[in-house]
Design a protein around this ligand. Structure first.
Ligand code: GLU
Length: 290
């Protein structure tokens, strides 16, 4: 068996906090214990939120934690052509359609549906796509595309699921409700997910599966908040004939109020803690990885 390959894949849209430290250190520890590789991937497809100074800070903070990783680092913003190729494969399978509703229009449609009954939500709590762009006639679709209107490209979930049948994954960690072992994927719970946009020919879901395959990642180790996103990833892996890694979703580091950390603060930011003289060994102890 070739040695396993692990990755830590932060988005440079803020400073790293204790939750990132836990994920990065856990990946690196598992790689070291198994004689495997440890890669860093910069997930910077969103130019509105990602900034070079945050990427520099990621390098500094991880080095301070005592980590080293293989070079070159893969930066997603440099690989749009690869994501576009994957998108074209899905399009060729007839599984992708453009939707043109604005956020306001989507909200209006949901409010209208909810007058009758609660509208279904995805595993992250966001309402499923309520529109009917999949049913637009070819002429109407062409007309809207030509008009220059913004659009999102969505996966026709029912058709995609019908194509691949039942999907599972091997879970070495556990989900938010303790799920472990062989997990049955439920991509339909996400509805017709967005897999690309007019101005960005990819999405988190699409670039993650393309990169994990291209980088030969065998073990995806990440937070439990992404547990059910794995359903979409397994579906895309199957549709694109990509290898299937095993998954380990780990516990989340929480703040004093029990909330999942979402941004770095004085109490949780790695730079702030470092500036206060906290050592990397103390960080390990604090997050239970000593
Ligand atoms: N870039 C994602 C994040 O920062 C992680 C992606 C992954 O590990 O699959 O939450």
């Amino acid at each position: 068996m070739p040695p396993p390959v692990f990755r830590f894949a932060p988005s440079p849209n803020g400073y790293l906090h204790l939750g990132h430290a836990f994920s990065a250190l856990l990946n690196a520890d598992l790689a070291r214990e198994s004689g495997g590789g440890f890669l860093l991937r910069i997930e910077d497809i969103d130019p509105a939120r990602c900034r070079p100074e945050f990427e520099t800070a990621i390098d500094e903070d991880l080095a301070w934690l005592g980590l080293s990783w293989e070079k070159p680092v893969r930066r997603q913003s440099e690989h749009f052509a690869e994501y576009r190729a994957a998108l074209e494969e899905l399009t060729a399978l007839g599984l992708v359609y453009p939707s043109f509703e604005s956020r306001t229009e989507v909200a209006r449609l949901i409010a209208e549906r909810e007058k009758e009954a609660p509208w279904p939500r995805d595993p992250d709590g966001a309402p499923l796509y309520p529109g009917s762009a999949r049913l637009l006639s070819a002429e109407e679709r062409q007309r809207l595309l030509k008009s220059g209107a913004p659009f999102a490209l969505r996966l026709d979930m029912a058709a995609a699921c019908a194509r691949v049948g039942k999907l599972c994954w091997t879970e070495r960690g556990e989900g938010p409700a303790g799920e472990a072992g062989t997990i049955t994927a439920d991509p339909a719970a996400w509805g017709d997910v967005i897999i690309a946009r007019k101005e960005t020919p990819t999405s988190y879901h699409l670039s993650v599966v393309v990169d994990d395959a291209l980088q030969g990642i065998t073990e995806v180790v990440r937070g439990q908040d992404l547990f059910w996103a794995t359903s979409v990833h397994r579906l895309l892996q199957e549709l694109l004939a990509l290898p299937q890694p095993t998954f380990r979703h780990h516990r989340l580091i929480r703040d004093a109020a029990g909330q999942k950390l979402s941004k770095s603060t004085d109490a949780t930011g790695l730079r702030e803690l470092r500036a206060r003289g906290v050592t990397a060994a103390e960080i390990r102890r604090r997050i239970g990885l000593a």
